[in-house]
Ligand binder design. Sequence first.
Ligand SMILES: [Zn+2]
Length: 204
Amino acid sequence: MSVIERLTKASHLIDMDDIIREGHPTLRKVAEEVELPLSDQDIILGEKMLQFLKHSQDPVMAEKMKLRGGVGLAAPQIDISKRIIAVLVPNPEDEEGNPPAEAYALKEVMYNPKIVSHSIQEAAMEGGEGCLSVDREVPGYVVRHARVTVEYIDKTGEKHRIKLKGFNAIVVQHEIDHINGIMFYDRINPEHPFAIKEGMLVIE
Ligand SMILES: [Zn+2]
């Protein structure tokens, strides 16, 4: 059975054993464009990826399935070298701990996502970045575009063009890097990991 056949079986739930780790050659490949119209298999794979992120953010499921929490997953991370990413960015609770009106700031499976334009301004997360395929901390500012315009196809085959900023922009750039064989630490200045480039936005 091929990897994609196994991952898209009705009974299969993606877990940490499906996620390949740094050093695996698939993480360094430029992934293939997904063929259109989308195959049922590619649609199911995207749904499974999004479901993994949901489970990883659910305290009960995450504990039961021994998942690390994640907000994004790219198909190469499950050893499928295709241009598919899933992103699930929750909105925070309010100050009293009530759930937000809108559960997610970003919830999507993107096929053939592409950055079509970006700001000159750069941005980095104050606390650096982590990755489900990297079992160690790599401190430093991961320098990215502060704002991006992204085009992608959704699971129904519809084309979208969206503008992203803040954390959403960071997450989508991290995942698009995966389909281009780039790891987050490639974007950390090796000599001065916490150097703040002029004009760079530091996101809390
Ligand atoms: Zn990653």
